[in-house]
Design a protein around this ligand. Structure first.
Ligand code: SAH
Length: 353
């Protein structure tokens, strides 16, 4: 039995069931056994692949959208160029490279990375070594300056809680122990003030998820953009309002039981964007499908330009990457973009207010 499973079973025995958020937090970030704390999970050899790892075009489009917002806001200098959950640093590398096409942008940027994993911080140091980098555990310690920020597949890794509707109350779905194994259990029906608005669009027995850190982090980013200017492009899978159980585990690019091997699989949940915008004090865009967003920014023209230098297998995989990022049956529709920007500024290109 893994060390983390043993620890979790002992903790449940001593002090009762864990919330899903407690379980997710331990599995992903436990300093000794946590999934992100102990490995680089990305890429073909890892457990999952993300948009920036599929093609440089993704980061190029995001970088140009941020740079356009920076121009629209009068080229503030210096400013914070930040990424939360930067993985291997690939997206930030592509942003910094394409940003050179916009005079003054990279020179004015102070690069800040919010990253919880010591292993991934090392990978980021290696991939972005020619830039001065500053790391943070949390967005709250970013300097008080104009903030241009990206996050891709970050919010889906934040701990959620799950509730099953029971009359006007909610039973929390927890992690308990039975005969040496972890299992789901349901708590008693209780009122949940944070879910009052969901009494309108749910029925008895339906599952609703709530991600408190998603809301707190987005509110903090929005407050900084309101006070100092900037823009944020938040990309994740999910929808305006989520309904049902979206808690899932991925290992070796396949779904596995999220309770079977704590710390060994990536745990995620769909992002509930409407809830994320509730406490945002600045303007925000309509939720835009990733495919639409990238097409509006000119990814097809960029793909055609890059294709000119390619042939054979390289050309085929380049065409497949463009399709994977944009096609509605691949990542184009599942992933959504939410942009935050100052009330008095236009939205970043690619999204509408
Ligand atoms: N954005 C990258 C990586 C996505 S994986 C890409 O698209 O390829 C999720 C990233 O978020 C990893 O870098 C992980 O270590 C980081 N992460 C997860 N939970 C975090 C938390 N609570 N605080 C900071 N970083 C976190």
């Amino acid at each position: 039995m893994s060390g983390l499973k043993q620890q979790l079973l002992a903790r449940i025995e001593a002090s009762g069931p864990l919330t899903l958020a407690e379980y997710m937090g331990e599995c992903l970030l436990h300093p000794q056994f946590g999934y992100y704390a102990t490995r680089d999970p990305l890429g073909v050899k890892g457990d999952f692949t993300t948009a920036p790892e599929i093609s440089q075009m993704f980061g190029e489009m995001l970088g140009l959208a941020l740079a356009q917002s920076w121009l629209d806001q009068g080229r503030p200098a210096p400013f914070i160029l930040a990424e939360i959950g930067p993985g291997r640093g690939t997206l930030m590398g592509d942003i910094l490279r394409v940003g050179l096409a916009v005079p003054g942008f990279v020179e004015a940027a102070e690069v800040h990375l919010v990253e919880a994993s010591p292993v991934l911080r090392e990978v980021q140091k290696a991939s972005l070594g020619n830039h001065e980098l500053r790391w943070h555990d949390h967005v709250s310690t970013l300097p008080d300056m104009p903030l241009f920020l990206v996050a891709n597949e970050f919010f889906d890794a934040l701990p959620i809680r799950q509730y099953v509707r029971d009359g006007d109350g909610w039973c929390e779905r927890c992690v308990s122990a039975s005969e040496g194994a972890l299992c789901f259990s349901l708590g008693p029906a209780l009122p949940q003030p944070a879910l009052t608005h969901r009494l309108k669009d749910t029925e008895d027995g339906q599952v609703v998820e709530h991600c408190q850190p998603c809301e707190a982090i987005t509110a903090e980013i929005g407050a900084r953009i309101k006070a100092r200017g900037g823009a944020a492009l938040l990309i994740d899978y999910g929808d305006w309002v989520s309904l049902g159980d979206t808690f899932q585990a991925l290992k070796d690019h396949a779904h596995v039981d999220p309770l079977s091997d704590p710390g060994e699989a990536d745990l995620t949940a769909h992002v509930d964007f409407e809830a994320m915008t509730r406490a945002v004090p600045c303007a925000y865009s309509r939720l835009t499908p990733q495919g639409v967003f990238l097409e509006r920014l000119g990814i097809t023209q960029r793909a055609q330009a890059l294709a000119k230098g390619l042939s054979g297998e390289k050309l085929e995989s380049h065409i497949a990457a463009h399709r994977r990022l944009t096609h509605p049956q691949e990542m184009g529709n599942l992933f959504k973009v939410l942009a935050l920007f100052p009330d008095q500024s236009p939205p970043p290109p690619g999204v509408e207010q």
